[in-house]
Design a protein around this ligand. Structure first.
Ligand SMILES: O=C[C@H](O)COP(=O)(O)O
Length: 252
């Protein structure tokens, strides 16, 4: 049985005081990390403070992006060495907003996945199709391509540790959740792609989250699906009460 991982992606929201009070309200109230991994994906400026505040608790901290180089002339970027130095444990890679607005590609996602593992950071690799792609029946081929490219060159053991987040772009921030059957169908497909590209053991171990308008009211049904091992949540992760309900759902 794969342990669920529930990650709240704050995106570009909150000022430091809000971020700190969220963490104060949740860090001692999330379930044990033995039962579910509870993660907040915070903006870069807050990572240092939040990692310090959550030390010794079951709440983990993630970055929302990083560069793949360790250091150098990359103005405005943050490296895996910096994240590791701060104690960040996860990093979101290839979120559709990064792909759409910041020219993230399957190739850079793959470079970043390697860089994350090289520095002991767990990657949460996002994949997903647009509404147009879904309506023209490209979803399965597109997702297979994104998954294979993101995982290229990783060892079987690294693939087992990777978290893949399936986020249909048409369901992000729109209030339109994929039905649990639609979400599971793609997550099952992702597992099959991993089995073919890597191994059946890797496919059995890899954790696949669903993301796109997840909220306390629909999380149970989504997490009850055979191939959904967690959720990557935007809007409904911004309030502590809602986040706590979501992580609690991950224990069932
Ligand atoms: O990273 C999270 C996703 O983009 C989902 O966002 P949402 O829950 O606001 O739809």
């Amino acid at each position: 049985m794969r342990k669920k991982v529930i990650a709240g992606n704050w995106k570009m929201n909150k000022v430091l005081a809000d971020a700190e009070s969220f963490v104060e309200a949740t860090k001692n109230n999330v379930p044990s990390a033995d039962k579910v991994e509870s993660v907040v994906c915070a903006p870069f400026p807050y990572l240092h403070a939040l990692v310090k505040k959550t030390a010794g608790t079951d709440l983990a901290v993630a970055a929302q992006n990083m560069h793949y180089e360790e250091s150098g002339a990359f103005t405005g970027e943050v490296s895996p060495v910096m994240l590791k130095d701060l104690g960040v444990s996860y990093v979101v890679l290839g979120h559709s907003e990064r792909r759409e607005y910041f020219a993230e590609t399957d190739e850079t996602v793959n470079q970043k996945a390697h860089a994350a593992f090289n520095h002991g950071i767990t990657p949460i690799v996002c994949v997903g199709e647009t509404l147009e792609q879904r309506e023209s029946n490209q979803t399965m081929d597109l997702i297979a391509d994104q998954v294979k490219k993101a995982l290229t060159g990783l060892s079987e053991d690294q693939v087992k540790q990777t978290i893949i987040a399936y986020e249909p772009i048409w369901a992000i921030g729109t209030g339109k959740t994929a039905t649990s059957e639609q979400a599971n169908e793609v997550c099952t497909h992702i597992r099959k792609v991993v089995a073919e590209a890597v191994s059946s053991d890797a496919a059995e171990a890899v954790r696949i989250q669903y993301g796109g308008s997840v909220k306390p009211a629909n999380v149970d049904e989504l997490l009850a699906q055979s191939d959904i091992d967690g959720a990557l949540v935007g809007g409904a992760s911004l309030e502590a009460d809602s986040f706590l309900k979501l992580v609690e759902a991950g224990t069932k």
